[in-house]
Design a protein around this ligand. Structure first.
Ligand SMILES: [Zn+2]
Ligand SMILES: [Zn+2]
Length: 56
């Protein structure tokens, strides 16, 4: 079996899902049913739209 390319089940997430989950993180697992505009799972390459540096 090749599980390569298993994507996170979150609609807005572009991360790879964990081996034991359909999501990449607990964040997506909680937001899995919410089709948010952009993912905030915390992974660097994900949701890097317009993130202000050093500001929140
Ligand atoms: Zn993500
Ligand atoms: Zn995710």
């Amino acid at each position: 079996m090749e599980d390569k390319g298993t994507k996170c089940a979150h609609p807005s997430c572009q991360c790879d899902a964990q081996e034991d989950s359909s999501f990449c993180s607990t964040y997506c697992e909680g937001q899995g049913k919410t089709a948010d505009i952009l993912c905030s799972c915390g992974h660097g390459h994900c949701g890097e739209s317009r993130m202000p540096e050093g500001a929140e």
